[in-house]
Write a protein that binds this ligand. Structure first.
Ligand SMILES: CC(C)(COP(=O)(O)OP(=O)(O)OC[C@H]1O[C@@H](n2cnc3c(N)ncnc32)[C@H](O)[C@@H]1OP(=O)(O)O)[C@@H](O)C(=O)NCCC(=O)NCCS
Length: 172
């Protein structure tokens, strides 16, 4: 079982559209926000926005530079997305952290998220992140399993926007 992380490109458009359809059908919380195309955007606009955020240009001034990767399986299919924030603002320290990931519901329980988290840590290292932070809702048992498998150290829990959060750190 192999997953690679690829920057979004035109060849992913069909898969991306199917993935986002699946996302909305499941009515899940948007994690990571960066993977969703805005209503006024075309796919090409979305690709440009992804690249701008990767380079830290033309961004919402409240946002930090971030790289979005698609998770690609062995057949070349887009099975999920992971966003890596290059730095943290005050909000991301409490909600989000450096890494946010989502796997298509139809592709879950295949260890794709677990593999992706390992790959994402390598990307964090390349970006010079020394102490990676990940934040997860206390009741998100599947995500916690993925995080804990990677031996993250856990901070104390806290309340943020009506839910209890768990915060995990790993030194790179
Ligand atoms: C959390 C999430 C990314 C996990 O993705 P995934 O690819 O299914 O995760 P993995 O296959 O690597 O699963 C890790 C463990 O959880 C188990 N697991 C995952 N989903 C499960 C489910 N629905 N039922 C039972 N077990 C599940 C896996 O079997 C595995 O356990 P194991 O190693 O003991 O066998 C996915 O559920 C998701 O996209 N959720 C919505 C977005 C989200 O919550 N992102 C994280 C924000 S912090």
């Amino acid at each position: 079982m192999k997953i690679t992380l690829q920057l979004p490109n035109k060849s992913h458009q069909k898969d991306y559209e199917a993935m986002i359809k699946e996302f909305f059908e499941h009515g899940e919380q948007i994690i990571p926000q960066a993977m969703i195309m805005k209503s006024e955007e075309t796919f090409d606009d979305f690709l440009i926005r992804c690249e701008n955020y990767r380079q830290g240009i033309n961004m919402n001034p409240e946002h930090v530079p971030a790289t979005l990767f698609f998770m690609i399986d062995e057949t070349g299919k887009v099975v999920g997305a992971v966003a890596i924030r290059h730095e943290l603002n005050e909000r991301l320290k409490l909600n989000g952290g450096h890494i946010g990931y989502w796997v298509r519901p139809s592709e879950r329980k295949k260890w794709y998220a677990s593999i992706t988290l390992k790959l994402a840590l390598e990307k964090c290292k390349e970006l010079g992140i020394e102490n990676a932070l990940i934040v997860c809702k206390k009741d998100n048992i599947w995500s916690k399993k993925v995080i804990q498998k990677n031996w993250w150290a856990r901070d104390s829990d806290y309340e943020f926007e009506w839910s209890t959060k768990e915060r995990y750190r790993i030194k790179l």
